[in-house]
Design a protein around this ligand. Structure first.
Ligand code: GLU
Ligand code: MG
Length: 457
């Protein structure tokens, strides 16, 4: 948190031309909840926090019910949202609008047990204690639509990776890149994906908390620039029926105290250090129980299907796009910079702080437990899992992801490692909210469910 006084913050805001601040927390349903403040109220929100009803933090994704959880009885109590001034960015220089992420505290000033940003910091400290500095990068997939919210049509229609779709939305795309530059967000690239209306943005690696903060700011900028160009965006895992889902792939790497990337040892494309093997092994061990944190909506499981590069099988493989864990050895001669692991299973309905905290919790557990990496899967994990090659199945520990939210939540509830790392209050309130989503919509027809979540994410 910043060390600036109220007066110093006011002076800094004036100097930077900031007139208003949008600050956000992401709740357990993966929805960004916000407060919009005039500059005069910003010092107070930074140094003393702004009150936020607990009920707002416990809404279902559909906003139509508040989860009545035992630990957090309805409508009682507040949390205080502290805007993180050091992470603030200008998101519109013309109007003087800035954005900042929020940390959640209790009225007594303790970190709130459910604060997902605190949970992520805990994993960063855990890595530091193991002598590892973590790097995280996001790939955001989303669908651009034109027309009414009630009857949207795809803004572009392919070809995937092709020139035509980007020319059709070129002004939006270049405005978006300019907005990211103004906000100090480092984008690697934008390209049309293979789904209808689908585009993808890749971000530069950062320390984990900054990477998630930038991901959230980027989503806001994608949505703002789309609206300014008469379009709407959906980050939902399934934004329309009969087209590819939207993933939120999360890359990570770890650097040791001597500055070497643990995933970049050796030159044969598979060489990595013992620590790298342990990080992967921890993920293979706990990933199925983590899906509830990564792909947590009722619609996420329609995306997690074989053949879609969405990580439908727990296993790892070298450059294997069908494995949930794709090891990317990096370009020869520059492996230290580029080698990383991509976790494909996450989608845009996740709380990104929790998704990254969970991935890191699994990986670091592998290091603490000195787990052995299973064998890499070459080719289709789906084919391997349904083959009679029991030896390779056992050696790779390949396993289909849970079939639905209900199964995911049961696995999460029973994982003592994740409970210990994330805390029972956080895990139980999370399960409570997502369970109610399952109960409310388990029998809703697919098409209606898709429409229900399309504009929530
Ligand atoms: N759209 C795919 C997913 O849901 C990913 C496609 C790709 O990036 O290769 O994760
Ligand atoms: Mg992609």
């Amino acid at each position: 948190m910043t060390t600036l006084t109220d007066a110093e913050i006011s002076a800094d805001l004036a100097e930077r031309g900031i007139r208003n601040l949008l600050f956000t927390m992401v709740d357990q349903a993966g929805i960004q909840r916000i407060k919009l403040l005039p500059a005069a109220r910003v010092p107070s929100a930074v140094n003393r926090g702004a009150g936020f009803s607990l009920t707002s933090a416990l809404l279902l994704c559909s906003d139509d019910a508040i989860a009545d959880l035992e630990e957090f009885p309805q409508a009682q109590g507040d949390v205080r949202l502290f805007a993180d001034y050091d992470a603030m960015r200008v998101i519109d220089a013309k109007t003087g609008l800035a954005w900042a992420p929020a940390d959640q505290f209790t009225p007594a000033g303790e970190p709130f047990a459910v604060c997902q940003r605190h949970a992520l910091r805990k994993q960063v400290r855990r890595a530091e204690a193991l002598g590892l500095e973590l790097r995280v990068a996001f790939e955001l997939e989303f669908t651009l639509f034109r027309g009414d919210a009630d009857s949207p049509v795809f803004a572009v229609n392919g070809p995937g990776y092709g020139l035509t779709p980007i020319l059709e939305v070129e002004e939006w795309a270049t405005d978006l890149l300019d907005a990211c530059q103004t906000a100090g967000i480092e984008v690697e690239q934008i390209h049309p994906e293979y789904g209808l209306g689908q585009l993808e943005m890749s971000m530069r690696p950062k320390d984990p908390v900054s990477a998630v903060d930038e991901y959230i700011a980027t989503r806001i900028l994608v949505a703002r620039t789309a609206l300014a160009h008469g379009m709407r965006v959906s980050f939902a895992p399934v934004s329309a029926i009969d087209t590819a889902g939207n993933g939120c792939h999360i890359h990570f790497s770890a650097i040791t105290s001597d500055g070497s990337n643990v995933f970049a040892e050796g030159n044969d494309g598979t060489g990595f250090s013992t620590t790298a093997g342990e990080l992967l092994a921890g993920l293979v061990e706990h990933l199925r129980a983590s899906v509830a944190m990564l792909a947590p909506s009722i619609n996420s499981y329609a995306r997690l299907q074989p053949g879609h590069f969405s990580g439908a099988y727990v296993c790892w493989g070298v450059e294997n796009r069908e494995a949930a864990l794709r090891y990317i050895p990096g370009v020869s001669g520059r492996r230290g910079e580029g080698a990383n692991v991509e976790v494909k299973t996450a989608d845009g309905s996740a709380n990104p702080y929790l998704a990254v905290a969970t991935i890191l919790a699994c990986a670091l557990q592998g290091v603490e437990d000195h787990l052995d990496a299973p064998h890499a899967v070459v080719g289709s994990p789906d084919a391997l899992a349904s083959s009679s090659d029991t030896e390779s199945i056992a050696a790779s520990r390949v396993q289909r992801m849970p079939a639905d939210l209900r199964e995911s939540l049961d696995l999460l509830a029973g994982n003592s490692m994740l409970r210990a790392q994330l805390g029972d209050s956080l895990v139980d309130s999370y399960i409570g909210i997502r369970q109610r989503e399952w109960d409310a919509y388990r029998d809703t027809p697919h098409e209606e469910r898709v429409a229900l979540l399309r504009w929530k994410y």
